[in-house]
Design a protein around this ligand. Structure first.
Ligand SMILES: Cc1ncc(COP(=O)(O)O)c(C=O)c1O
Length: 496
């Protein structure tokens, strides 16, 4: 029999108690269908407060901006809009997100427009007075031209920088490039960029610098932060008056409860790729690892699903790490210059904020003896796998019977509702406490960050998941449709 390799999800209250509320979740899926997303807007507000408490510990001013791209929900945005306006804002990366943020109660001073922008997005941002985080010199020129052409108010802008490199004095003889990015202007071209800013001073006001690095490496991020501060010094020497450093997102989330399970799984995967233990994955998929003549090559394309330090704790680590050239902690650099800090957490801000539910439709055995569990959802509806996040779902039996019993732990492959070979919910064998039965539910925890609606589509006219907002009050769960949620108690669109 296969060794049951578990990857149990990290569940904290109130998500832990939601997962326990089997009959409530079954009733929701009976009413609204499978798949179904359940969100906890109160937890998003709590996460924003945790980020802000790290700012406070370092006496730093500035907002935490939720990176809207992580989730399309209205409830999350409206709940965050109800937080302290000086503390919480939103980062929007499209015209649609900007419209949604404005309509959810965010005033323009709390909105940061990031990413590459089309003219309509730039126009609405400028028209309403949103801060524009400029992706390139070309975008700067475009924005200035729009402001002049349509008589728009002067726009606050940040310069997003990229291509940070270790200075020679830091590590003599070593040219350390940071992760390459398609976005932002190269820090090597800052002089030209500032000349362009000066030329357009009638249309824009430079209020800061920014970066977003898609890496877990703290050292790389502190180097980028330090360069931003140095560039701001240069700005001040030229008579400009920037006052905020935007450090982007990427604070991460810990998905798994147990470090040992994660490490054990990774070594078992390596052994399976080498063929020294039975396959753990569908058709021998290696998640980027391959066997070359008895040696494992390649890199596992997996998110570090167990993380001892993530979210606000990661921010705290970043702020206390000494800057490579100036030698002082990053927080001190900001404080000495009296610069505000702006962070844009996406995934980490919606940590523990929701789950995705799928009904078990069918369970059968392949000719090779594998169990296939077909679910009422597809890989676009629940895309943890797409993001390389490996974590077990929780089995919620239909009849409220205990999870285990009957067959005992069993390894299954979870497949989706599309008539497509590739529609696998996970490409690894997932161990459940017993063989599921049609009508049972599987709850995928912690999907609010990118995994519940980022990749959802209408293929085969399968239904898109409905999304509900839920809150626990006096030991009972109450809910309403995401679109009906407003952060005021006892109004019309109130929790049912
Ligand atoms: C500019 C910017 N800010 C913030 C984020 C959010 O990143 P995360 O969800 O990893 O915190 C992203 C993600 O792509 C981004 O591009």
């Amino acid at each position: 029999m296969d060794e049951p390799l578990r990857l149990r999800p990290r569940l904290e209250p109130p998500l832990a108690s939601l997962v326990q509320a089997g009959s409530f979740l079954h009733a929701l899926v009976d009413a609204l269908g499978s798949p179904l997303n359940v969100l906890l807007p109160e937890q998003a507000a709590e996460n924003a407060r945790r980020f802000r408490s790290v700012y406070r510990a370092h006496h730093l001013a500035g907002r935490v901006h939720f990176a809207h791209k992580a989730n399309q929900s209205s409830a999350l945005l409206r709940r965050l809009a109800a937080e302290d306006p000086a503390a919480v804002g939103v980062d929007v990366a499209s015209l649609g997100e900007l419209r949604h943020a404005l309509g959810s109660g965010f005033t323009p001073d709390r909105i940061m427009a990031t990413g590459p922008k089309d003219p309509e997005f730039l126009w609405l941002a400028a028209r309403t007075g949103v801060t524009v985080n400029l992706d390139s010199r070309h975008e700067l020129e475009q924005l200035a031209a729009l402001v002049r052409k349509y008589g728009l108010p002067r726009v606050d802008v940040l310069l997003r920088l990229s291509g940070f490199e270790a200075a020679d004095r830091e590590e003599p003889g070593v040219r350390l490039r940071s992760r390459r990015s398609r976005f932002g202007s190269s820090v090597g071209e800052v002089d030209e960029l500032l000349t362009t800013v000066e030329r357009h001073r009638d249309a824009i006001e430079l209020t800061g610098t920014a970066y977003h690095l898609d890496t877990t490496g703290v050292a790389e991020k502190v180097r980028a932060l330090e360069r931003c501060v140095l560039v701001m010094d240069e700005c001040r020497a030229r008579g400009l008056a920037p006052r905020v450093v935007d450090i982007g997102g990427g604070f991460g989330t810990g998905y798994l409860a147990d470090a040992a399970e994660w490490e054990h799984y990774l070594s078992a995967l390596t052994e399976a790729v080498l063929g020294t233990r039975p396959a753990l994955t569908w058709r021998g998929h290696g998640y980027g690892l391959r066997n070359e003549g008895g040696t494992v090559r390649g890199n596992a394309a997996l998110y570090p699903a167990y993380r001892a330090i993530a979210g606000p704790d990661y921010l705290a680590e970043l702020l206390t790490t000494p800057a490579p050239a100036l030698g002082r902690p990053a927080a001190d650099l900001l404080l000495e210059h009296m610069y505000d800090l702006c962070a844009e957490p996406g995934r980490a801000l919606v940590d523990q904020c929701g789950l995705s539910l799928a009904r078990v439709l069918d369970v059968r055995r392949t000719g090779e003896g594998d169990h296939l569990v077909r679910l009422g959802l597809n890989a676009g509806d629940m895309s943890l796998e797409e993001h390389g996040v490996l974590v077990d779902p929780v089995l919620l039996p239909r009849d409220g019977a205990e999870e285990g019993g009957g067959t005992g732990p069993v390894g299954v492959y979870l497949v989706g509702n599309l008539c497509l070979e590739a529609d696998l919910i996970t490409r690894r064998k997932v161990f459940l406490p017993r063989l599921p039965r049609p009508g049972d539910l599987l709850a995928f925890a912690n999907t609010a960050g990118y995994a519940m609606d980022f990749h959802a589509h209408h293929a085969q006219r399968q239904p898109l998941a409905r999304t509900v907002a839920a809150v626990e009050e006096g030991g009972a769960w109450r809910w309403c449709l995401d679109e009906d949620y407003w952060p005021i108690p006892h109004s019309g669109g109130e929790f049912a």
